[in-house]
Design a binder for this molecule. Structure first.
Ligand code: KG4
Ligand code: ZN
Length: 338
């Protein structure tokens, strides 16, 4: 089949997203963010499922309209099977099943974390695609993994966090500083005008390629409490420097492990993916690694960093080529390995 049109649906957490792809090109990529969670300081699963139910039809309609595609032209429906919040996943999968049944087209189930990596195979001007095998650092609100990617769907996790994910480290640090949820992008914003060497935090000692971020969070909490005891305006007076120093520490932790992974595997092609790959500091560190360390690095286009359906669509396209389809009995999985 020469012209494959895939409608993809992503609903694993708090973003309702749909995209339409023509082969490996994204024709439309629509995301509805759920601001409802901001006042609670985190994602409330019950509210997330409800918002998905409200948003899913308009989001899919918009994706089809923007792509200028009629649903009768679709070759397949791809959806996020997991990992994620069960109530959120069920909205996307039920919708995908019904639509595939109604249109009599194949149904394709996608692993969200694999999709964050496969986003690098979307055909975009100015963006190179990695060659197999390559290493991927997937950093999001729920995951922190170093993955050896052997082929599109043959991936091995060679390192991961033993406690908090990087995104949580950003969001929890932000919370300690009194910033609203999700604080990651705000820490990034203030870090850009602060001094990364102003304060230093001890980095965790974790063997091998694994990570730990809970100790860093506690260190930041005590650091703030102690300084505030001496100066109640400590945060206000040092906000940018604190953010820059926290971000600098987190990036050092990530880069140290990636250097070790490159050393151990001998693979020098390194890609990043997931919400935290939107961070300006990690993007710069990865870019610098090309000149400083001789790596070839892959930094996703901004719109494919945080949760989106474009990445589900590209993963769906390669499964379509493999004829890897599901029947209507396929179930959502809150937890899923590769
Ligand atoms: O991949 P994602 O959209 O959702 C999950 O699958 O978890 O990642 C969301 C995470 C949040 O923790 C958010 O604070 C973080 O990505 N994030 C950032 C930035 N943009 C999003 N963290 C640091 N700097 C950013 N610019
Ligand atoms: Zn994600």
């Amino acid at each position: 089949q020469k012209d494959v049109f895939i409608l993809s649906i992503e609903s694993s957490c708090d973003d309702t997203a749909a995209a339409v792809l023509h082969n490996d090109k994204v024709l439309s990529n629509v995301v509805a963010n759920q601001s409802i969670h901001n006042e609670y300081g985190g994602v409330v699963p019950e509210l997330a499922s409800r918002a998905h139910q409200q948003n899913i039809v308009p989001v899919i309609d918009t994706a089809l309209k923007r792509a200028n595609i009629d649903r009768k032209q679709l070759s397949a429906i791809a959806f996020t099977q997991g990992p994620g919040l069960m109530g959120s996943l069920l909205v996307g999968s039920s919708f995908a099943k019904s639509l595939a049944l109604a249109l009599d087209v194949p149904l394709i189930a996608i692993n969200h974390m694999q999709a964050h990596i496969l986003a690098h195979f979307i055909d975009e001007q100015g963006f190179d695609k990695p060659e197999f095998p390559f290493l991927a650092l997937t950093i999001s609100g729920g995951h922190t993994q170093i993955v050896k990617v052997n082929s599109f769907f043959d991936m091995e996790i060679i390192g991961e966090t033993t406690d908090d994910a990087v995104g949580e480290a950003f969001d929890k640090s932000a919370k300690i500083l009194g910033l609203p949820y999700p604080g990651g992008p705000l820490v990034d914003k203030y870090a850009q005008i602060g001094n990364p060497k102003a304060f230093s935090f001890t980095k965790p000692k974790v063997p091998g390629l694994d990570f730990s971020f809970s100790g860093l969070k506690t260190a930041i909490l005590y650091f703030i409490q102690n300084n505030k005891a001496a100066n109640p305006n400590f945060i206000e007076e040092n906000r940018d420097d604190i953010c820059a120093s926290i971000q600098h520490t987190i990036i050092e932790i990530l880069m140290d492990k990636m250097k070790l992974a490159v050393e151990q595997t001998g693979i020098k092609q390194v890609a990043i993916g997931g919400g935290v790959s939107a961070n300006s500091g990690i993007r710069k560190a990865m870019k610098d690694a090309e000149t400083d360390l001789g790596w070839k690095t892959f930094i996703p286009k901004f719109e494919y960093t945080t949760d989106n359906a474009g990445m589900i669509g590209i993963a769906g396209y390669y499964k379509f080529l493999d004829g890897d389809f599901e029947d209507a009995s396929v179930v959502s999985k809150a937890r899923i390995e590769f």
